[in-house]
Design a binder for this molecule. Structure first.
Ligand SMILES: [Zn+2]
Length: 216
């Protein structure tokens, strides 16, 4: 397929960032959202601006090499994580990094999130792996995340949070929400003896659907 980009990328990034906050998946200025633009550059949320007051003018446009080409503000400090996802996967049009509470519990415990709910794998591709530990804001974090995202819509960043990739920021938001909700349910089910695994064939078939949809 050709490289995927998002129409009206700025508006898509801003609307998704505000919805991320409204859904309680980020707090204050944490987390960040980006989209690939038609010219191959990346529109990304700025560092240290509250989502409640963020405007289109606050967004920053950077090249795939992390050079700022538009905007007065500093791009998100996790820009390398976003850029690594776009560089590795041409089908990705939107990336979200968040610190959603329940998913981050798994990231902190460094335990993968099992695909224990029917249809989870349709949206995410299967169990969500934990990356090797890399410091926040480092180029290495992008490299570590990409290793876990070839056939998954999300990865848990060790001792940190989550990254989700999709066709658009809205798609990445949906994946973020599905992973967070599943993390909450799986964590609760542990008090009841732990989740039962789904039949192997079921998750394998769902993984096939995910792969098809990802590049469709
Ligand atoms: Zn973070």
């Amino acid at each position: 397929m050709t490289v995927r980009f998002v129409e009206d990328a700025r508006r898509a990034v801003l609307e998704t960032a505000q919805e991320l906050l409204a859904k309680g998946l980020v707090e204050g200025t944490s987390g960040n959202v980006s989209a690939r633009m038609a010219d191959g550059n990346i529109c990304i949320t700025p560092s240290s601006v509250d989502y409640r007051v963020m405007t289109l003018e606050d967004l920053v446009v950077i090249t795939p090499g992390a050079e700022v080409v538009e905007g007065e503000r500093q791009p998100s400090s996790e820009k390398h994580l976003h850029l690594a996802c776009y560089a590795a996967f041409e089908e990705v049009g939107g990336v979200i990094h968040s610190h959603a509470v329940h998913a981050t519990m798994f990231a902190v415990a460094r335990k993968p999130l099992p695909a224990a709910i029917d249809e989870f794998t349709v949206y995410v591709g299967g169990d969500v792996a934990v990356t090797e530990y890399t410091p926040s804001g480092s180029v290495e974090m992008g490299v570590a995340a990409v290793k876990c995202l070839a056939d998954r819509g999300a990865a848990l960043l060790a001792s940190h949070g989550m990254v989700a990739i999709g066709k658009s920021p809205a798609d990445a938001l949906h994946i973020t929400a599905v992973v967070e909700r599943t993390a909450e349910i799986v964590q609760g089910s542990m008090a009841l003896g732990g989740p039962n695994p789904l039949p192997y064939k079921q998750n394998r078939d769902f993984a096939g659907v995910y792969q098809y949809m990802r590049t469709a």
